[in-house]
Design a binder for this molecule. Structure first.
Ligand code: HGA
Length: 610
């Protein structure tokens, strides 16, 4: 999603701005741009190509300046075209641009503001909601940008992080946030703004996390923050260790492939060196919280939602606590019945997912104070907002389609299951010891599954010519089937749907023909015989089955029934192992179709807009 970088310094800031954009590229974008204060004018370059292309343009035109802002855009309002790319200017209809602005988010009252500003004589050059902010600030401006921005944001409805500078005030950048992430980077006689501390790696590690409603005034040696009421506030400066090492592709063709193969390490790191389960793994005070709660509400989106659905099977079966799992974008707007004795668990790779953050705040506003997050970024808004947290240690995930983030989330959620079960007295020491042992063996077990890649590649070639696929799973493998279908559609653009296998005969069986591949997850569990009957129903209609079967299921290959054997049955942790071949199948089907695997069309990595 959109990335913002801003800088005020005594050196040319263009290299810092472009480096920042490169670090934010992994989030996904469709255009990019940079603007600086140069020779008393506002100058900009914008491109619908990659940041490297923008960089070439900037070099050709020798764009340089001491103050500037830059942006990667993931279009929400207006096509991905140069005229819609940020930075947007205002004031050019008077002959000279005065305000330059970049924005992440959605302004919901943009139509109304546009009408008002058009009536005041402003001419719009783009179809974006963002341009209204630039004109509004220009309209309200009288010699003080900080004041104009404070006045402007009072008129905005929706979500935004903005960075703005003004032709009349060459050494100043003003930022503001409401619902979208924005951080300040503090330097020596220079200061910066960015969507994420990662963008400033190598420039500064002194980071201030702005809060909703904050407006910040950045000058060379001053960072001044006011809250929504206009009162000065002091926000803590954090020293942030930013790991950037994951950007090397090494021997892999794509980041997604690299990240699939990193899973033994990522899961191992996420388990740290845990020798015993204690609630304090989730933070101070976790014991009291776990003791108090008698239900769990999981809020998440996309792949994280499927991790939550899997956790529901674990928590209900091992810890015996009732669990609800809700899609965050639905939960935040629906009437629900709050229960203060609920543990609200949010799951988000980036910790900045706008819908999940909003759902968390909605739950808090309903009086549900016991909050916990499973998150991959320790400095994220989600970790700061939740009382308790467990950090997955997947490392930076660049591929838009989540892989190692998912399996590490599952690992964290299984630890949560055990901690809850322990506090509620639902498991004894031996069971705890056995589960921990199985967890510790996971990296080895995953490595054995990764060795199936050549067999899966052969299947993937056949999938590449299909336009539809079905995925079947039962019990705790149903969410894994959903995740497998999501992976396939995200990166190969093959339409895929998942069903609990027993549901097939209630409708989807009508879709089954000899053109429909049906991927089936077949672990050796108590539902195996039922699943086998469901598979026969598919075969009887000519459907081709592609089955990932545990070694001891006695499912064998026959015409129309293709089988890949999973090395071992993994009991309660089996969903983690069965995820891996589905990732590889999607990955190789996408490669065979020649799609842009790491940056699939229309999608972005950190979903920071609603
Ligand atoms: N609404 C703005 C910004 C979109 C955004 O934040 N995407 O992540 C636009 O469409 O330009």
């Amino acid at each position: 999603m959109c990335g913002i970088v801003g800088a005020v310094a005594q050196r040319n800031v263009v290299p810092v701005l472009l480096e920042g954009l490169k670090r934010l590229e992994y989030r996904g974008y469709d255009s990019c741009g940079v603007a600086v204060h140069a020779d008393g004018d506002l100058q900009r370059a914008r491109s619908t190509h990659r940041v490297a292309e923008l960089e070439r343009e900037v070099q050709d035109t020798a764009l340089a300046g001491f103050t500037g802002i830059a942006h990667t855009r993931w279009a929400t309002h207006g096509a991905p075209a140069t005229h819609n790319a940020h930075p947007h200017f205002s004031g050019q209809s008077r002959g000279k641009a005065r305000i330059a602005l970049v924005h992440n988010g959605i302004i919901e009252n943009h139509d109304e503001l546009r009408e008002e500003l058009e009536a005041a004589g402003y001419v719009f050059e783009s179809q974006t909601d963002t341009e209204v902010i630039a004109h509004l600030i220009d309209h309200l401006y009288s010699a003080d940008l900080f004041e104009a921005v404070q006045a402007a944001v009072r008129r905005l409805e929706g979500a935004y992080a903005i960075a703005v500078f003004c032709q009349d005030e060459p050494h100043r950048v003003v930022g503001a946030r409401q619902g979208s992430p924005l951080v300040v980077g503090c330097g020596q006689n220079e200061n910066f703004l960015a969507s994420d501390a990662l963008a400033l790696a190598g420039t500064t590690d002194q980071i201030i996390y702005l809060e909703d409603g904050d407006v910040v005034d950045l000058q060379l040696s001053r960072v001044w923050i006011v809250d929504a009421q206009g009162n000065e506030v002091k926000r803590e400066v954090h020293t942030v260790q930013i790991h950037t090492g994951a950007a090397e592709l090494g021997p892999y063709r794509h980041y997604m492939q690299k990240e699939i193969f990193e899973q033994p390490r990522a899961v191992g790191d996420t388990l740290q060196d845990i020798q015993s389960i204690t609630p304090e793994l989730f933070g101070d005070g976790a014991y009291d919280v776990f003791k108090t709660i008698d239900r769990v509400l999981i809020l998440a989106c996309g792949t994280s939602y499927y991790a939550g659905m899997t956790a529901r099977y674990w928590i209900e079966s091992v810890a015996k606590i009732p669990v609800n799992v809700e899609i965050a974008s639905e939960y935040r707007y629906r009437d629900s019945v709050p229960d203060p004795r609920t543990l609200v668990v949010t799951i988000s790779q980036s910790g900045e997912t706008a819908d999940t953050l909003a759902a968390l705040k909605h739950a808090q506003s309903q009086g549900m104070e016991h909050t916990l997050t499973i998150c991959n970024v320790g400095t994220s808004a989600m970790v700061r907002e939740c009382k308790l947290s467990y950090l997955t240690r997947a490392g930076v995930e660049i591929g838009v389609a989540s892989t190692k983030a998912f399996t590490t989330q599952l690992t964290g959620l299984f630890l949560l299951t055990l901690a809850l079960a322990q506090v509620k007295g639902r498991i004894n020491e031996t069971q705890e010891h056995d589960y921990l042992k199985a967890l510790r063996h996971l990296p080895v077990a995953i490595t054995a599954v990764l060795a199936l890649e050549p067999q899966i590649m052969a299947w993937a070639d056949r999938f590449a010519s299909k336009e539809n696929a079905l995925f079947l799973g039962r019990g705790m493998h149903y969410p894994i089937a959903m995740e497998g279908a999501l992976k396939l559609k995200e990166i190969s653009y093959i339409h895929a749907e998942a069903y609990p296998a027993g549901e097939l005969k209630h409708g989807p069986l009508a879709l089954v023909t000899d053109q429909m591949p049906v991927v089936t997850i077949a672990p050796r569990d108590e539902l195996l015989e039922k699943l086998k009957s469901n598979m026969q129903e598919v075969r009887a209609r000519g459907g081709e089955l592609y089955v990932f079967a545990d070694a001891d299921t006695r499912i064998t290959a026959s015409p129309g029934m293709h089988v890949i054997r999973m090395p071992e049955n993994y009991g309660k942790l089996s969903p983690i192992l069965h995820t891996i071949p589905l990732q590889l199948l999607a990955y190789h089907a996408a490669c065979a179709r020649g799609t842009d695997v790491d940056k699939p069309r229309n999608l972005a990595k950190s979903v920071t807009v609603e």
